[in-house]
Every structure is written in C-alpha cells, then in structure tokens.
Design a protein around this ligand. Sequence first.
Ligand SMILES: [Zn+2]
Length: 631
Amino acid sequence: MQYKYRSLIVAATLLCACTQDAGKDDSYDPAHDYFSFARTDQFITDHLALDLRVDFEMRELRGSVSLDMRRLEPEAKEIVLDTRDLSVSNAQVELPDGSFVPAEFRFGEQDDVMGTPLIVSLPATADVASEFRLVIDYATSPRSTALQWLPAELTAGSEQPMMFSQSQAIHARSWVPLQDTPAVRVTYEAVIQTPPELLAVMSASNELPVVRDGEYSFDMPQPIPAYLLAIAVGNFYFAPLGETTGVYTEPELLDASVYEFADTQAMLEQAESLFGPYEWGRYDLLVLPPSFPYGGMENPRLSFITPSLLAGDRSLVSVIAHELAHSWSGNLVTNATWRDGWLNEGMTSYLESRLMEVIYDKDRVDEERVLGYRELLLDFESVPPAMQALAPRLDKGDPDDFQGTIHYHKGQLFLQYLENAFGRDAFDEFLGAYFDEFAFRTITTERFLDYLDEKLLQAEGSAVTRAEAEQWLYKPGLPDDAPIPYSLSLDAAEAVATAWAEGKIDAGEIPIATWSPQATVHFINSLPADLAADRLSELDQVLGLSDTRNAEIGRTWFIQVAKRRHTAAYEMLEQHLNRYGRGRLIYPVYLALAENGADRELAQTMFESARSAYHPLIDAGIARALKESEQ
Ligand SMILES: [Zn+2]
C-alpha cells in the first residue's frame, strides 16, 4: 500500500499493548497471527472458487464460495473461518464422489476489530477425507468494510454506479468467508455477474479484448494471501501502456491516465532486470475515483490507484513504482503477520527508490528519500517507543493503523544501511536470492534475520553484526549510524524559506517555477514555526499555493494553513477536503484544523458535509480521530 494515513492516535490506543519488547513475554508468539480466528494448524485452504452476483440496489454481493481444504490435524472436526458482517445461509461439504453433505455451522462471538468467527462442523460422513471442498452460500452487508458502493454522482462519468474492494489488512473477511491471514496462500477462480453495461475486473487474469456482457470469469493460478483478493465493477475501459501493461478506468480519465503512467512498461522491464523475473503475467492499473482510500493497492496483476496521482506532469508516479515493486516484496514474498509488515512496505519502499533512480534520476529520488525521512521523524514524535521497532509486539489494536509509516521509511533506511555496508552488487545478489528462495511463501522477521545472517552477516569481515541488525528490528528510533538522506535541491529550497521568512528576499524572488513539486513541499514544511499568519497570505498571493493541482503540495500547504490559522484560505482548504478522499491527503489536514486550538468544531462541520463521499475506512478513521481530539 502507499500510504496509510499518518496515525496520530496510536499513542492513545496502543500504549498499554506494547510495554515490552517483542518476544520477551512468555505467552507472546511473534509468528502467530493475532488478527485471524482461523486455526491454520488444523486446516489449510489451497484454492477458492467464487460465484457472486453484484447487486448495486441492495449494495451486496450474493452467491457462494468453494474452499478446497486440507486437514492437517487428523482429529480436527471444526473449521473456523473469518467473517465480518456476512450472512450465511448454507454450508455443505462436497465428497470425492461429487455428492454433497450438509454441514452444521454457527457464528462465534463478535469482535470489533476481527469480526466474527464462522465455525463449521465437518459432517461425520466426511470424516475420512483429508482433502475436501467446503461450499458456503452467503451475502455481504452494505456495511462491508472492504467494499465501497459509489452512487453514479461520485464517479467521473456520473452515469453509472461503481463498486470496489480494499481487502488489506483484514477486510477480505467482509466479502468472502475465508482464512483471512497472510500466512495462508490460495489460488482462485471466480465467476462474477454484473449489470450488463458494466465491467468487472479482479486481481487475476482479466480477459482482453473486453467483451461487456455482464458475466465475467477470472483465474488466478499463482497462490496469493487473502488480503490481495480484489474486485471492482464499474464503467471501466482499457487502454494499453505497453506490450504487457495497460490501464483500466472510466472513459473520462483514460487519456490523462495514459499520459501520466506512460512509463509503466519501462518500469516493469527495469524491475525485472533489477529484482528477477516478474511472475504474474500482465501488469495493469485500475484508476479509481477520489474516494479510493490509499495511494495505491498492489492487487496482483492489477494495482488499484488513486486519481490524485493525475498531476499532469508525472511528478507523483513513484506510487506506481511502489505498487509494481510489491510484485516482488509483498505479493511474491509475503509478511507472515501484520507485525512483519516492514518486510512488505520497507522492502517495497527501498525497491521503489531503486526503480525511480533508474527510470528518472538520483536527485529526484534523494528528494523523495528526504521527504520520507522527515515523515519518519514526525512519526517518532507520536508513536510510543515500543511501537517504533520495525517488528514490534503486535497482538492488540487494529493492524490498519498501529505504527504510522515506520514500516515504510524506517524499513527503507534499514535496507539502505545494509546496501551501504555490503555494497550494491553484493546486496542485489542477496535480494535476488531472497526473492528466489521465498517465492510464493510467507516470511517472519526472525526468518529474514536468520537468512540475512547466513548470507551476509556471517561472512568474513562483515560490516554489520547480528546485534546491529537486531537494533533496527527491535529497538525504537534510529541507530546512530543510520544513513540520513540528503538532497542539495531540498537544502536550497529550505534556505529560500529561511531567507524569505527573515525578509532577505521578496516572495516574487522565490524560484518556485524551477523547483520540483518535492522541493515546493519541502519549502512549505521549512517555514519557521513563528511565522505570522498574514505572511502566508503574501505567499499564497504570489505563489498560488491554494490553487495547486498537485495533491502532495495541496496536502502540505493546507496542513500549514490549518495549523497556522490562515483563515483566508479556509474556503480552498475545504475544497481540498472535498476533492480528495485518499486518507493521506485529508486526514492530517482535519487533524491540524481540529488541534489548532480554535477550529475543532469547524473541522467537524467540514467533515460532516464531506464524509458521504469518503471510503468507510477513511470515514471511520477521521470520525474516531476527531472524537479523540475533543479529549
Ligand atoms: Zn505498499
């Protein structure tokens, strides 16, 4: 993913969950997934077959899932699946001779974060089978946390409705009853019925050319974890970007998407030369409406993408590099639990920067590294020390928002540190072997550490000890010898901010037209804390910051507008909150407004008028944060 919204509330919600280092409590097992009810020691799923009808009027998916399962423990008789807000009408077991036997089922106790376990008893006649198929008839709820149902007016075309999923971290269970843990990988197939004028796409083979007939079949032959199950239905059209890459979106956004993401094929080819073979066939993008909650989601073969990247100048395409890189780190080699998320996100952030360096240039990547580092320092101010470890103890809370962006940026710095210590060639060789060794498997932090130890740390004259690696993984903050990124162009922008604030230059002399968007972001963030609010007016008049088309500049600017109570720009700030639904772009603006000492009610009012267009995950997150800012 790229990115989660910055979680300023973790300190309050998780302080009591993490007062010890990972692994030091007798009952805590770092390899255990504390966010799934599934008993994967007893049963394991190998394959799913979905047969679903998409009903926009009822806002539900209705149909069945068949789970091909294996029994690992001969005495086990009850299968536990994860669900949330699903209604189940029938369960049966298919015997090897093709006959069906009804299976008794019941729901267990509901949990606010984890949902409700569905417990299915294996019928006595099925007892002998160590492999069997479980078929469940079910329907989703309009409250499904994974699915957003958009009325036509919230799409670019305004004529057809749309629906899309976001399964990470633990939301697949709100549209399919299954073992919802990254520790289990399944292949899948699906038949999806939709209104005939709409197109369904999934994280699977999407047939080209597209024939719109309201019935679509999919096949995903590579095993994936549940959080990569994905579906979208809407008025989508396709345009190729290259031989094996392309983009799906509404016709209104197709030309802009083709222009913005023109480098995708080149990125894919470079990624293969850097990280090894791309194992997934095609790589396509799906550009969704503004309410898509993240920058992108690495659904295999078909990354889901926010339209806020359509800046018109390809300045925000590092998100595409990020989602593509997940084809190796995350989708091919997967974190075993959400606590090991740095293996997905830190590794991907590192690969993203390597890709961007080849496709664009090192100066641009250095700028993004510095911006990421600054966000990491901000996270350290709000995340409690025990949660600042790359692999913290994690058995409570919500895996969607426990650690800010520490997995991303600290993870990236750790891998940069290893690259610096062992040299790029040796580290690339290590990464290639790592992706090869663990392909289509899941991995814990501890297994990674052992592998790193064996391949690099134990080598004669190794520049890094195991204890130094452990400090990155299990301790708060950054080690003293962390590689701090720097950028000459951002340093220059910072110097201009200081010179202007001190009155040494006029606003008209700020060379913003020659800067990258990243330099403009850094300039805004470098304005001194004691700058008078009316001086922001002066900047805005000369530089037109409130009118920016660039979502990242807008985000940065309106955080400052809210923090410093530059009220003349509040109308534009509200437009920003209505234009975007991506958590990263709006969440910190609401919080800055709510916490500036005067505008908490105004933040609430703006939220009430904008929230109907937000994704349920973002809506719930902002509502919770605003409520907590009252206290
Ligand atoms: Zn990611």
